[in-house]
Design a protein around this ligand. Structure first.
Ligand SMILES: [Zn+2]
Ligand SMILES: [Zn+2]
Length: 212
């Protein structure tokens, strides 16, 4: 069984997640640690639980979701996976960072691509990949049916949806991704978003003003 631990990092209040299994293997999702204090917080959690990181997997590659990738690679020497369609976005990270007044020059390159046609395995636990473009061209969600949860990045938030005004964003595509890839999940599915509190599919179907 996989469990999820959440952290909130960096000036964008981004949610980083650690997914772990019973054998103490883990993935780090969207490592957004910005300063040494935040890096220490994540590394201390991993050490205290005696977890062994296997990979970094990203829902997408906006800067707030990749600030901490290099630190994790340096610390654990593990692979970094993204959807191939988010590679162009990753490569403009220095420009985007400068726009927000952040200095970010060293862009870590992915070592593997995650495809919606191939589930990811953490030990014996299988996580489904949902392709959910619209906030970025290569956004993906990680869905784990046995635990009733999905990590959706910036696609869907409690009462809101992801921005579509950034490069690669497209409103109709985003709405379509949510309707066809996320809303068919069971209502009780817990939705872990890239920002803000967790919600459920059922709650967003009922109350999300963008999806009525
Ligand atoms: Zn984003
Ligand atoms: Zn974000």
């Amino acid at each position: 069984m996989l469990t999820v631990q959440s952290f909130t990092f960096n000036p964008f209040q981004e949610n980083t997640y650690v997914i772990s299994n019973n054998q103490k293997q883990c993935w780090i999702v969207d490592p957004g640690m910005f300063d040494d204090r935040e890096k220490a917080q994540l590394f201390e959690y991993i050490a205290s639980k005696q977890l062994v990181p296997q990979a970094i997997i990203n829902t997408h590659t906006h800067i707030d979701h990749i600030f901490g990738v290099q630190a994790v690679v340096d610390k654990y020497n593990i692979p970094f996976g993204i959807h191939e369609k988010d590679l162009p976005l990753l490569n403009v990270a220095p420009t985007s960072a400068a726009m927000f007044g952040c200095d970010f020059r060293l862009v870590p390159q992915p070592t593997f691509y995650i495809s919606e046609t191939t589930p990811l395995m953490l030990g014996e636990d299988e996580v489904d990949i949902r392709f959910v473009p619209g906030h970025s061209q290569g956004s993906i969600a990680f869905y784990y049916a046995p635990g009733n949860w999905a990590i959706v990045g910036d696609v869907l938030f409690q009462g809101s949806i992801g921005r579509t005004d950034l490069p690669g964003g497209h409103f109709d595509t985003l709405i379509n991704s949510i309707r066809t890839q996320l809303f068919p999940l069971p209502d009780e599915t817990v939705v872990y978003s890239g920002h803000g509190p967790a919600t459920t599919i059922g709650q967003e179907k009922k109350y999300n003003p963008f999806l009525q």
